[in-house]
Design a protein around this ligand. Structure first.
Ligand code: TYM
Length: 337
């Protein structure tokens, strides 16, 4: 990633359900280091939460929980901007313009929509379909250049690039929007369900045993790893022997991500071990990393007014950054006023 003074990092997370290990390893954890070098904006995308059935009574609390998870993990509101999307109208305003730039054929290719809609496509909200365009607006409203996300969001960031490129071409404004790049690196970019090594770990999986939530206590974490699906073989010697063993690969990846070493280094330490022994070590490692975060989240959530104040302040900063971009967009597309 270039260190140009124009670099700007943007990422976000939906306030829907419990945050889990995949969200932490695939996203938040990678956001922390970027703060040392870049201007970073980390958003709680509460407008995206409306694209599927949601409970208005729990949305505010879920929004505060995500903000608390960011801060408890080490996102520093003094250095980075933390806010919730719906407080900054620029996102919705730009999303409309970009809806008119993006093509239906492009959205038809989005695998996440296909996965979420399943056979029920006709009954889904228009918002769920247009969701990746709102995501493009989130990024482009700040002319963000880098987007640290998990592997499942790669296609959406690529769509944002295509939309930016088409806007620049259509309106004859080369370089108006930079083409945002995804940052997806390391072993934690695609954490799988603990029940099925071929399915992504997800907030929407009905089984709580499929995921480790950021707020799970030590007993729950140990129990979930104990029950995690594995195969009957011991841990292999070489990384390539993990091929065709998705559950084993997933547990090794989680260990590698938390201990910040390559998968092969983990295997060097555990080759030939039985999963029962490895799972014990894995639980200990994960508990040692997550329990301070859960404790700090609880502390922050005890004062919701303070979280709201921080989100409000972050939204003011975000509004100020987006305002000149929106003014330029309005001029370029020909709006009066
Ligand atoms: P969301 O809320 O589904 O997920 C938030 C982040 O967590 C990552 N993630 C995972 N990483 C590894 N393994 C997993 N099993 C796993 N599950 C989730 C996601 O890749 C993501 O980085 N559309 C986005 C939110 C969004 C956004 C944006 C992101 C809205 N606007 C602008 C970046 C930039 C989403 O639904 O993420």
């Amino acid at each position: 990633m270039s260190g140009s003074h124009n670099s700007l990092v943007f990422s976000g997370m939906q306030p829907t359900g419990n945050l889990h290990l995949g969200n932490y390893l695939g996203a938040i954890r990678n956001w922390l280091k970027l703060q040392d070098q870049y201007r970073c904006i980390y958003c709680v995308v509460d407008m995206h939460a409306l694209t599927v059935d949601h409970d208005p009574k729990s949305l505010a609390q879920a929004t505060r929980e995500v903000a608390a998870a960011y801060m408890a993990s080490g996102v520093d509101p003094k250095r980075s901007i933390i806010f919730n999307q719906s407080q900054v109208a620029a996102h919705a305003e730009l999303a409309w313009v970009l809806n008119c730039v993006a093509r239906i054929g492009w959205l038809n290719r989005m695998t996440q929509f296909k996965d979420k809609a399943g056979k029920n496509r006709e009954a889904m909200s228009v918002g769920l379909y247009a969701y990746p365009v709102l995501m493009a607006a989130d990024i482009l409203a700040y002319r963000a250049t880098h987007v640290p996300v998990g592997d499942d969001q790669k296609q959406h960031v690529e769509l944002a690039r295509d939309i930016a490129q088409k806007f620049n071409n259509d309106f004859g404004v080369a370089d108006f929007f930079p083409l945002p790049e995804p940052i997806i690196q390391g072993p934690g970019m695609r954490i799988m369900s603990l029940r099925d090594g071929t399915a992504k770990m997800s907030k929407s999986d009905p089984s709580d045993y499929s995921r480790i939530n950021l707020t799970d206590d030590a007993d729950a974490i140990a129990q979930k790893f104990r029950k995690a699906k594995t195969d009957p073989h011991p841990l292999p010697e070489a990384e390539k022997e993990l091929e065709g063993r998705p559950e084993a690969d997933n547990l090794i990846s989680i260990y590698a991500a938390f201990s910040e070493q390559p998968k092969q280094a983990v295997l060097d330490g555990f080759r030939g071990a039985q999963f029962s022994a490895f799972k014990g070590a894995l639980s200990e490692l994960v508990v040692s990393k997550l329990s301070p975060i859960a404790a700090e989240m609880r502390r922050l959530l005890a004062d919701p007014a303070e979280i709201d104040r921080l989100l409000h302040k972050g939204a003011e900063e975000a509004r100020a950054l987006a305002a000149p971009v929106i003014a330029d967009v309005r001029r370029v597309v020909g709006f009066v006023g």
